[in-house]
Write a protein that binds this ligand. Structure first.
Ligand SMILES: NC(=O)N[C@@H](CC(=O)O)C(=O)O
Ligand SMILES: [Zn+2]
Ligand SMILES: [Zn+2]
Length: 346
């Protein structure tokens, strides 16, 4: 297959940032995606409804108006979050989910929750309202190896939360292991999961063989090949619990190429091209549209998009960088290499 036309996708997990970076990153997402679940891990975090609405306005001002792009806002759960605020969020048409970051688990998570098993009053409110809980699913216990943090989170945190709140709707974000794929497959329709393009395309060798490659460093960290294969099998299976979420997470070149580099890969410039490549590698392009454009809206109870995108098998070079403001650069994943597909909005 050298060409296909699919419904326009949505990105169910993206970091658009703020300020100069927002101006660079948001138009890429808006060009390909009709909607996106926008992560709230700004500094300070987007923790209240009024903050989310103000951020939404900044996003709309940063994207070309003719894209019709719709940012779907989320709130960052902190230890100060109140039940009342979550009830207000559930009633607000612009807020679509609440994000749980275990404190210290990832970029800008220090205002997150230290003990996710100690916020039952908040989870009970989400279960009541039906507002989905999105989770960064890694434990932060220093004794747990970084490659095992997702698997331990499922046992120690997610399983007890599921038992306590069986009607709570949960999205396990950016899953990276066979353990997570198997867990999600065993749940009912209350649980979904996003999978990034980079976790479908790469294992940890891409980050560590022949030199340390900081642009492949993200959290949860890339795993061994067995896990990548399990993610590809889940994404291409047609199972409605799995959907597209790029976790495109732009940082400046300085922040990435450093003695202590930030976690996050910038993929939004070619999200669909990268997913198409991953599905094509296993001969499953016929399953791409369901994953990118159908399962997510169904989980979030939103209508399917009506615009279409044409994907053509055509080599295109990836820029070395994008300018951010006057003095900084953003290095895309695969900078200076080639994409095998091209996406054109119809
Ligand atoms: N995925 C990442 O490696 N980084 C994300 C945070 C996150 O999604 O965990 C970021 O905000 O940079
Ligand atoms: Zn995360
Ligand atoms: Zn993320």
């Amino acid at each position: 297959m050298n060409e296909l036309i699919i419904r326009q996708p949505d990105d169910w997990h993206v970091h658009l940032r703020d300020g100069d970076m927002l101006a660079v990153a948001a138009p890429f997402t808006a060009r390909q995606c009709a909607r996106a679940i926008v992560m709230p891990n700004l500094v300070p975090p987007v923790a209240r409804v009024d903050e989310a609405l103000a951020y939404r306005d900044r996003i709309l001002a940063a994207v070309p108006a003719d894209t019709g792009f719709e940012p779907l806002m989320t709130l960052y759960l902190t230890e100060q979050t109140t039940v009342d605020e979550l009830a207000r969020a559930a009633e607000n048409p612009f807020i679509h989910a609440v994000k749980l970051y275990p404190a210290g688990a990832t970029t800008n998570s220090d205002r997150g929750v230290r003990d996710p098993l100690a916020i039952d009053h908040l989870l009970a409110e989400l279960a009541r309202s039906g507002l989905p809980l999105l989770v960064h699913g890694e434990v932060v216990d220093p004794k747990v190896d970084i490659f095992d943090r997702e698997a331990r989170f499922i046992e120690r945190v997610l399983t007890p939360i599921r038992e306590r709140f069986p009607t709570l709707r949960i999205v396990m974000e950016h899953i990276t292991t066979e353990d997570a794929a198997t867990f999600v497959q065993a749940q009912d329709g209350q649980v979904g999961a996003t999978i990034t393009a980079h976790h479908l395309l790469y294992n940890r060798n891409a980050m560590l063989v022949g030199g340390i490659r900081p642009h492949y460093y993200c959290l949860p960290v890339l795993k061994r090949e067995r896990h990548r294969e399990a993610l590809v099998a889940a994404a291409t299976s047609g199972d409605p619990r799995f959907f597209m979420g790029t976790d495109s997470a732009p940082h400046t070149q300085h922040a990435k190429e450093s003695a202590c580099g930030c976690a996050g890969a910038f993929t939004a410039y070619a999200a669909l091209e990268l997913y198409a490549e991953a599905f094509d590698q296993v001969g499953k392009l016929d399953r791409l549209e369901a994953f990118t454009s159908v399962h997510g809206p169904n989980f979030y109870r939103l209508p399917l998009n009506e615009h279409r995108i044409r994907l053509i098998r055509r080599a295109q070079p990836v820029p070395e960088y994008y300018d951010v403001g006057d003095a900084e650069r953003l290095i895309p994943l695969r900078a200076g290499e080639v994409l095998n597909w091209q996406a054109i909005r119809l």
